[in-house]
Design a protein around this ligand. Structure first.
Ligand code: FAD
Length: 311
């Protein structure tokens, strides 16, 4: 892992930096590249625009590691409102939550109760509810929550991270349930004891895991893969696998982040593939933004350009 990536990921948890950065105009201008705005209305407007290109949306309110049950309740109520709003707006949109946003650090039972409220509402609306995967310390608890949620409703999906050695094992344990999986490379700073340190190994593991899901005989609606990457080499390799094995279109979707590789998103959608874009919004964007910079340190150039234009 490069030093710059390590520094940026380390900085993502720094409260002092967060305080200052979120008040700095050039940082805020740089963030707008990845986020349509801080308000839910900004996210809904962006989802509406995506829909005109035949692209669905996943909305996520930024925030993690909440400290009180009242905050977790507030987030849950916010998402209930979002589900009502996307329904009223007739949008092809889903929501994605972070377990620590619903109170996982405080009490897994409290977190599950909040999750259940959202699951019931999104189920009534026939929408998949997504669970993000946070850092490695949360994988066991997140998968335990997911299993309980999956017993309650098939309309729940979870992210798995290809950089973790354990993911192959986790996937094998989940596949017999007929599951909805978002496969990502992984965005956190993890030790080489538990995660592949080399990008080439992460990419290869991603390909293997994605093929394993796509080849799962339990299709017919039971298993859904979100190919959540902007990596065009992987996307092309997987498209070849999909076409050769005649994987049904109902078994997979592409998922990318708002503002990243938009032409690729639109090209895939125009060619008839199902695509969703994950739209983030909210005031607590600093750690999430640092992870976006770390994914592509060349993004720092963009930040510097904004510094210069601010002079
Ligand atoms: C829909 C979705 C949901 C996600 N959910 C989670 C989650 O729950 N947990 C988690 O740990 N991670 C999550 N991630 C992030 C993921 O783990 C990766 O960190 C991120 O997607 C970058 O990896 P990549 O697969 O695009 O491949 P990379 O090899 O990093 O990138 C491939 C190419 O994509 C472009 N690109 C990638 N990132 C950026 C960027 N930030 N800015 C500009 N260009 C970029 C570049 O052209 C790059 O060459 C999610 C990603 C997506 C798309």
């Amino acid at each position: 892992m490069s030093i710059i990536r390590r520094v940026l990921l380390g900085a993502s948890g720094n409260a002092w930096l967060r305080e200052r950065a979120t008040r700095t105009p050039f940082v805020m201008r740089s963030v707008s590249r990845f986020m349509p705005g801080e308000r839910i209305d900004d996210a809904i407007d962006a989802a509406r625009r995506e829909q005109t290109h035949g692209i669905g949306a996943i909305l996520t309110h930024l925030g993690e590691n909440l400290k009180t049950a009242a905050e977790a309740d507030q987030v849950t109520r916010h998402y209930l409102e979002v589900l009502d709003r996307i329904d009223a707006a007739g949008l092809d949109a889903q929501i994605s939550i972070k377990p620590t946003q619903l109170g996982l650090d405080l009490d897994p039972e409290l977190c599950y109760r909040n999750l259940q409220r959202l699951l019931d509402r999104s189920g009534e609306r026939h929408r998949v509810l997504w669970m993000d995967m946070e850092s490695a310390a949360y994988v066991d608890a997140t998968l335990a929550l997911f299993r309980r949620a999956r017993e309650r409703s098939p309309l729940v999906g979870v992210a798995l991270q290809a950089y973790l050695y354990r993911t192959e094992r986790d996937l094998e344990a989940l596949l017999p349930l007929g599951v909805t999986i978002r496969l990502v490379k992984g965005a956190y700073l993890e030790s080489p004891r538990i995660a592949y340190p080399k990008k080439a190994d992460v990419d290869e593991n991603y390909y293997r895991l994605a093929c394993r899901i796509l080849d799962e005989p339990g299709h017919g609606g039971a298993t859904l893969l979100h190919i959540a990457t902007h990596d065009s080499t992987l996307i092309d390799r997987l498209a070849e696998h999909i076409d050769t094995r005649h994987v049904p279109a109902s078994a997979y979707e592409y998922a990318m982040l708002y503002g990243i590789r938009q032409p690729l998103q639109q090209r895939l959608a125009a060619s008839g593939r199902r695509v969703r874009v994950l739209i983030s919004y909210g005031e607590y964007w600093f750690p999430w933004y640092m992870r976006r910079l770390a994914e592509r340190p060349a993004n720092l150039l963009f930040v510097f350009k904004n510094v210069l234009s601010a002079r």
